[in-house]
Ligand binder design. Sequence first.
Ligand SMILES: Cc1ncc(C[n+]2csc(CCOP(=O)(O)OP(=O)(O)O)c2C)c(N)n1
Length: 374
Amino acid sequence: MIGKTQRFEPFAEAPVRVIDEAGQWIAPFAYNLDDDFVRGMYRDLVRARRLDERLSTLQRQGKVSFVASAAGHEGAQVGMARAIEPGRDWLYPYYRDLPLALAVGWPLAEAIAQQMATRADPARGRQMPAHPGSAALNLFTVASPIASHVPPAVGTAIAQKLAGQGDVTLCTFGDGATSEGDWHAALNLAGAQGAPVVFFCENNGYAISVAFRHQSGSVDVATKAHAYGMPGYRVDGMDALACYFVTRQAVEAARDGLGPSLVEAFVYRYGAHSNADDDARYRPADEVAAWRRRDPIGRMRRFLEGRGLWDDAAEAALAAELKAELDAAVRAVEAAGPVPLGWMFDDVLASPSLQLRKQRAALAAQRDLEEPAR
Ligand SMILES: Cc1ncc(C[n+]2csc(CCOP(=O)(O)OP(=O)(O)O)c2C)c(N)n1
């Protein structure tokens, strides 16, 4: 682990990098991590990619309605996950953050259940796929309206400051969120209040089809931190260790009462925005190919191999273990069966309103409320 002595300068133009594409350590300080810590990060990267692939397959099979692929974002997410204390700190993620949710301990089976909306889903099939949430992990349920979770994240951080326990909030979003009014209002308040929050932008260059240069006259997102009186950091988002170190510094600062930070990680989504998007209409194939060559998984594997911490046998064992875990989770989630139609009326209000009771009765007159919702 690095000590508090390691400091990255805010607003440095070149994004922070710790390992390069060839897997070489290029940080301005010596390797100082526990080998198992780094191997564990690699496992989380691969696990997230395998889940991503499986969800796309399930979507094509008609078993999942919506997928927001995180392939290309895993390095940023697994890196930042290691910088907070799950269950103590609060996390306000967005819909492309399944690798982050898994890396802080959200069970794989819950992630699949939430996507497939069977009876195994803790949200009982009533949330949009790719919208995790967990009270046990202080993981705020993902909200679809872009940037709407950023003001509540700041509210949580202000509460943490008042409580004085040194807890922090980590709030993530895409570059598109930074074009929303909510985002600016939230950063302004966080800066004014010295709230212990780390804003983490996963900048993949596009808000669906809209390139960043069409959303903002600013050269990048980190620059905007100047206006709100907080440090801004640029980091290579395809480098999981760089994301870990930079987020860790920002989290430490927040714990120490030094207020908020804004981290901008340059990432790429390899796939379309979602299964309802055709990215070939707005970005060139060679751009996608160029980013794939910087893949966070291959980079981390080469790093581990270079240090004698990984080999083909370890890779094969991991692949088999993850496949078995995924197969078992999908089987269990499917076996739980589809949610019944009537569940949509439960838990909406502590005591159902007259309107809700009328709607329930109207539906019950036409359909069996025990029949599958879809
Ligand atoms: C307030 C609001 N406006 C529009 C949308 C539709 N929408 C869903 S995702 C998205 C793009 C967001 O892009 P970004 O924040 O960069 O994240 P990315 O998907 O690239 O990871 C938009 C416009 C929405 N969900 N909420």
